[in-house]
Design a protein around this ligand. Structure first.
Ligand code: ZN
Ligand code: ZN
Ligand code: FE
Length: 749
């Protein structure tokens, strides 16, 4: 006989791991026990040496689908004569430190039950099991058991209870277990909240098919939905939601419905069908037939597959529905019933609601595939709150994040828990959601933060939260945090040459940064170079109206003569530009910015692609889209030596103007702009590498959501450098908090 003590760390709690271990041990005739601990599970197994070895191998090879195993260690113990194998109850301390699983898409077994008329869960929209279903969004407190979820009011019927208690059942300890006899139910309401007759799901389907807009309560909040092939319905949804051009995501009823319309390769299909079920950006294919207003003037469309039973029941395999967050433009997604009725009544024609409360909201995640692997753009439902592992443990840090696309981060030991997407912290509703979510995270992970890390920007609401929370504070410069986020994601400490390109971040000199080349490690940074500054004529308004930047650039290049340039942009200049230039020339309300995003804005406006935006980043997005599929040529630019050195793009703008006047297509110039910026970045990095001896590069900041630029820069660098970029947290400000946390931990050591 041989006995082994085995420790397994990772997400192995609440995913059916202990019953799996129990059944495996019984199969191999082993004695002993399994228990949860703060990092995972601990097992003692005793039996024939060959059986113990087989057990060890099967623990990872046959682990349940949702288990994420970090490490397995085993050490020999003296045999104790155990013949039976037991599942030990967790002690309260261990249970409080368990990891909480993200919400998981309906598994194939549950889908088969939904479709089986003989099954007691036939067409039951809350079907779930140990391998699937809601988790994070229904958990109110830890330890994770039914009484602390929003399933608490639903007492299990005898049949459900028997499944729940049986270690051999797929629903053993499945906390949200339910059936039509004992679980929650859907209801259909009109705009005023009055019940509508008929079967709620069948009736909702019929109304959407008839062109109506639905508000549908799902896993992490309400969706607004309509038939994506119905131009009038999509246009009505756009008008009511006050959303001009920003693309809508859609849900397709099957992979076949995706394939009929989009070009998805194997990696993209895997991402679409994975248990996290993010919205995946896909290229439109020749069979694309959705209403033009779904994703106007865009070669891509965001698509997801059904992830809750209600979606499988609502959408036929051939259907494609718009499924957009249930909110008006800038507010957080609605998830509470009363609030949803109040806020969405002007948008939705009817409501499909249910009586299982959502404890905390989680927007759909957004991702794309870059170079064959997932590249996250918004990390939320399906990913949060799974932790990322930091290089070393440290004090518990609350990293407050940025202003736009906010997500915060809470650390415990060496684990970093990034929050679900909070949104733009520009209004009270979002700020309240942010405060609630922070309190909830502290409860869920049983952490009282010891330090608050925050951005340098004094006016960010996230910074103000840090100021007011009473904790010792560590301020982290915005672009340093971006680079630190890449380092943290890759378990690196630096030093690294960091390229942080975004729209705007607060510099340590009080000016606006965003085109930064930093020599950085987790502790600190030196600003070695940046993009030459442009003034923002009229201040913040220049961000919403990129034509202001372009008119400055033209005047700067050609003086008053620029009005004689034969450019569409010049012919369509809005009135008032003379005053604007005069004020900017005097430095009145024209703050300087080195932001790479502003360079994209100026180019987009100059080329006539986009002079005024109606969603964040629109001009840069459309400039990239104009360049898709083309190889650009490198235009001239200038490097100005100094500390820091600067890259001046004026020669490139002059070349673009000259080519545009000669009739060069806009798409070609958009491609040239990308090629030129990539060349400038790489040339600067080569010079900085020669000067510093650092051969590792990290790329971050919202501009690197642009995979055209990312691909070109990474491609040019890969021969001579180690190139790090994001995969698991967004390059945009949604990943900022991870970097803030990593820096705070390093500085606390
Ligand atoms: Zn299931
Ligand atoms: Zn039941
Ligand atoms: Fe940023």
């Amino acid at each position: 006989m041989e006995r082994s003590r085995i420790k397994i760390t990772g997400i192995v709690q609440g995913v059916g791991f202990r019953p799996f271990v129990h059944n495996l041990a019984r199969r191999l005739r082993l004695g002993g026990w399994v228990a949860n601990d703060g990092r995972g599970v601990v097992i003692e197994a005793e039996g024939e040496p060959a059986a113990v070895a087989a057990f060890l191998a099967a623990l990872t090879a046959e682990a349940p689908p949702l288990a994420v195993i970090d490490a397995v260690t085993a050490e020999a113990r003296p045999p104790a004569g155990d013949k039976a194998f037991a599942i030990l109850a967790s002690g309260p301390a261990e249970a409080r430190l368990a990891l909480i699983s993200p919400d998981v898409a309906t598994c194939p077994d549950c889908r088969a039950e939904l479709a089986d008329p003989d099954n007691r869960r036939y067409r039951y929209p809350f079907t779930n099991c140990t391998n699937c279903g809601p988790r994070y969004t229904i958990i109110a407190d830890v330890p994770y058991d039914r009484a602390r979820t929003t399933m608490a009011p639903f007492a299990m019927c005898p049949a459900c209870r028997a499944e729940y208690d049986n270690p051999a059942d797929r629903r053993f300890h499945a906390q949200p277990n339910a059936c039509p006899a004992c679980g929650p139910a859907y209801a259909l309401l009109d705009r005023a909240g009055n019940p509508l007759p008929g079967d709620p799901l069948a009736e909702a389907r019929r109304l959407v098919a008839a062109g109506k807009v639905a508000a549908i309560k799902g896993i992490g909040g309400y969706h607004l939905a309509c038939n994506a092939l119905d131009g009038e319905a999509v246009a009505a949804l756009r008008a009511r939601k006050v959303r001009e051009d920003k693309p809508f995501a859609v849900m397709a009823g099957s992979m076949a419905a995706v394939r009929a319309r989009c070009l998805a390769d194997a990696a993209e299909e895997e991402l679409l069908a994975g248990t996290a079920r993010p919205i995946v950006l896909l290229a439109k294919g020749p069979g694309y037939d959705l209403a033009a207003a779904v994703a106007p003037a865009n070669p891509y469309v965001g698509v997801m597959l059904p992830y809750a039973p209600v979606h499988w029941l609502l959408l036929d395999p051939g259907d494609v529905w718009v499924m957009t967050s249930g909110n008006t433009s800038d507010e957080p997604i609605a998830y509470e019933d009363g609030d949803a009725l109040a806020r969405l009544a002007g948008i939705a024609d009817f409501f499909l609601v249910h009586n299982r409360p959502i404890n905390c909201r989680a927007d759909d995640s957004v991702a794309r595939v870059f170079a064959g692997r997932p590249y996250i753009l918004r990390r939320s439902r399906g990913f949060a709150p799974a932790p990322l592992r930091l290089k070393a443990p440290g004090p518990a840090v609350l990293a407050c994040g940025g202003e736009l696309k906010n997500a915060f981060c809470l650390t415990r030991g060496d684990l970093a828990f990034m929050s679900a997407h909070v949104g733009d912290l520009e209004n009270m509703a979002t700020y309240n959601a942010y405060r609630d979510a922070i309190a909830h995270y502290q409860r869920l992970f049983a952490v009282a933060p010891e330090v608050a890390a925050h951005d340098l920007h004094p006016d960010y609401l996230a910074t103000r939260y840090a100021m007011e929370c009473g904790l010792p504070r560590i301020a982290v410069q915005h672009h340093h945090a971006h680079i630190a986020a890449v380092l943290a994601e890759h378990g690196e400490a630096g030093p690294v040459l960091g390229v942080a390109f975004d729209g705007t971040g607060y510099g340590d000199d009080g000016t606006l940064w965003g085109g930064e080349f930093l020599l950085a490690d987790l502790r600190g940074y030196t600003r070695l170079a940046h993009l030459a500054c442009l003034p923002l004529p009229g201040g913040e308004r220049a961000i919403r109206e990129p034509w202001r930047l372009a008119v400055w650039v033209l005047h700067d290049l050609y003086g008053a003569d620029f009005v004689n340039k034969n450019l569409p942009f010049v012919r369509s200049l809005p009135s008032g530009w003379e005053l604007l230039l005069a004020a900017a020339a005097k430095g009145l309300n024209a703050p300087l910015s080195s932001g790479a995003g502003r360079l994209f804005d100026a180019a987009a406006a100059l080329l006539g692609v986009r002079g005024a935006i109606n969603y964040e980043g629109q001009a840069a997005v459309e400039l990239e889209l104009a360049a898709v599929g083309r190889r650009g040529r490198v235009l001239p630019y200038e490097v100005i030596a100094g500390e820091p050195a600067r890259i001046d793009f004026r020669p490139a703008f002059a070349a673009m103007v000259a080519k545009l006047e000669r009739g060069t297509p806009v798409a070609e110039l958009a491609a040239d702009f990308h090629a030129t910026l990539a060349d400038a970045v790489v040339a600067m990095l080569r010079a900085l590498a020669a000067a510093t001896g650092v051969g590792k590069v990290a790329l971050s900041g919202g501009v690197f959501q642009n995979v055209t630029l990312l691909g070109q820069v990474a491609g040019l660098l890969e021969k001579d450098f180690t190139v790090l970029f994001h995969r698991r947290v967004p390059a945009n400000d949604g990943g900022l908090a991870l970097g803030q946390a990593a820096v705070a931990i390093e500085r606390s050591r």
